[in-house]
Design a protein around this ligand. Structure first.
Ligand code: UDP
Length: 212
C-alpha cells in the first residue's frame, strides 16, 4: 500500500492485495455544481468504481455496467459513515477507484484504497475503513478468495469495517452458509480487516510520520 501516488488528485493511494491492483483518487471537498445538487448541511459523496478493460482475463467492455454501478453505490455507502461530511456543506467529495488487475475481492480492495486516499486528502474521518472478503470453498471457511475460489466456491462475503469500534459498513453475500458458518466467516473476515487496517496505518505513517 502506498499513499500520495498521484500529483493532481487531492488524495490518492495504490493498493495491491494478492493479485488485485487498485488505484484510488479523491478530489474535494470542492464546491458542487450544479448548485441544486448541493446539500446545505453536508458534503455529497460521489463514488465511481471502474474496471480497466485489461484488468480481467476476458477483456471487459469499457464503461459502466450493472455490476460496476452497484459496486460504486455500496462502496460509497461503506465509506460515507467514516467521513465528517457535516464539516463541508455545499461541497462534493469525489472518489474514483480504478481496478488495474482483478482476482476477486476488487470491491473490498477498492474500499481499502479509497479510505487511504480520503485520509491522504486530509478529509476528517472517524476512522479508516478496512475491507476484505471471506467465503466458503470446498466446505471450508476461507479468507481472501481468488477468482477460481470465488467462481467455484459455495459462498463469497465481502466485509468492510471501521476497526476502532468494529462498526460494519459493508456486508454482502453471494451463495449460502449455515448460521454457524456465517458466524465463523464474520469472525475471520473481521480479523482480516484488522490486518488490512494495520497495513493502512503503516502506509500512512510512511508518508506522514509517526503521529496517530
Ligand atoms: N470478473 C471478471 N469480469 C467481470 C467482472 C468480474 O473477470 O466483468 C472477475 C474479477 O476477477 C473479479 C471477480 O470476477 O474480481 C469477482 O467479481 P465479483 O463481482 O464477485 O466482485 P469482487 O469480488 O471483485 O468484489
Amino acid at each position: 500500500m502506498e499513499v500520495g501516488i498521484l500529483k493532481r488528485a487531492d488524495g490518492s493511494a495504490y493498493v495491491e492485495i494478492g493479485d488485485n491492483k487498485v488505484i484510488a483518487a479523491v478530489y474535494g471537498p470542492r464546491e458542487l455544481h450544479p448548485r441544486h445538487l448541493q446539500r446545505p448541511d453536508r458534503a455529497v459523496v460521489n463514488c465511481r468504481y471502474n474496471m480497466a478493460p485489461f484488468s480481467v482475463e476476458e477483456r471487459k467492455r469499457s464503461g459502466p455496467d450493472r455490476r460496476s454501478i452497484e459496486i460504486s453505490k455500496v462502496t460509497r455507502l461503506a465509506l460515507e459513515p467514516a467521513i465528517f461530511t457535516e464539516y463541508f456543506p455545499r461541497t462534493s467529495i469525489d472518489i474514483f477507484i480504478e481496478i488495474l488487475q482483478a482476482d476477486a475481492g476488487t470491491r473490498t480492495t477498492g474500499i481499502t484504497a479509497a479510505s487511504l486516499a480520503l485520509a491522504d486528502a486530509g478529509i476528517p474521518m472517524r476512522d479508516l475503513v478496512s475491507a476484505c472478503a471471506v467465503g466458503k470453498v470446498a466446505g471450508r471457511i476461507v479468507l481472501d478468495l481468488t477468482k477460481v475460489e470465488d467462481n467455484f466456491g459455495e459462498a463469497d462475503m465481502p466485509i468492510a469495517i471501521m476497526p476502532r469500534d468494529n462498526r460494519i459498513t459493508l456486508l454482502q453475500m453471494d451463495g449460502t452458509m449455515t448460521e454457524e458458518e456465517f458466524k465463523e466467516a464474520l469472525k475471520l473476515g473481521m480479523e482480516g480487516c484488522r490486518k488490512i487496517y494495520k497495513e493502512q496505518r503503516r502506509a500512512l505513517k510512511e508518508k506522514y510520520g509517526q503521529g496517530d
